[in-house]
Ligand binder design. Structure first.
Ligand SMILES: [Zn+2]
Length: 151
C-alpha cells in the first residue's frame, strides 16, 4: 500500500472562531483583516504605512491555556496593547487562525516565505531567524498547500 499523499502535506487545522481551539502549547497563524490602513512604528525605525488588506501573523503560545488562551486574547479587541500585533488586532479583526499543536512559529514563517514582508522586525524582536513574523497576503496570491483548510 502506498503512503504517498498525492495532495501534499496534511492541512493545518483552521478555526474561524475561538470555540474549539486546542488548549495546548504550539504555534498559530492569525489571519488578520484590516478594513483600514494604519501606520506602524517600531522602536528605532521609520514609520511604515500598512494598507488595508489581509495579513498573516505567526505566533506561539507556551503559557497556561496554550494556543486557545493566546488566540482568544488576539480575538478580543478590548485589551491593553502589549505586543506589536495588538496594534492590528485592536484596529482590525481576526478572520481565523491556523493552529499547529507543538508547532514552531518560525517554521510557519518559513513555510509562508513567498509572501511579502510589510514591516521588517514586526513581531520578531526576540527572533534571530525571521525578518518579521507578520506577512502580507495580497489578493489573488495562493498560500502553500498546508494552508488549504483556510478561508
Ligand atoms: Zn522567527
Amino acid at each position: 500500500m502506498s503512503c504517498i499523499d498525492e495532495d501534499g502535506p496534511a492541512p493545518l487545522a483552521f478555526h474561524r472562531d475561538g470555540l474549539s481551539l486546542p488548549a495546548v502549547a504550539g504555534a498559530y497563524v492569525l489571519l488578520l483583516d484590516m478594513a483600514r490602513g494604519l501606520s506602524v512604528v517600531l522602536p528605532g525605525r521609520a514609520p511604515v504605512r500598512l494598507p488595508s488588506g489581509r495579513y498573516l501573523y505567526c505566533g506561539s503560545a507556551r503559557g497556561p491555556g496554550g494556543i486557545a488562551a493566546r488566540v482568544r486574547r488576539h480575538m478580543r479587541r478590548d485589551k491593553p496593547v502589549r505586543w506589536h500585533v495588538d496594534r492590528l488586532t485592536t484596529q482590525g479583526s481576526v478572520a481565523g487562525v491556523w493552529v499547529v499543536p507543538d508547532g514552531d512559529e518560525c517554521a510557519l514563517v518559513r513555510a509562508l516565505s513567498g509572501l511579502p514582508v510589510p514591516v521588517p522586525g514586526f513581531g520578531s524582536s526576540d527572533c534571530r531567524d525571521c525578518d518579521s513574523h507578520l506577512l502580507a497576503w495580497p489578493a489573488g496570491q495562493a498560500l502553500p498547500a498546508a494552508f488549504r483548510a483556510g478561508p
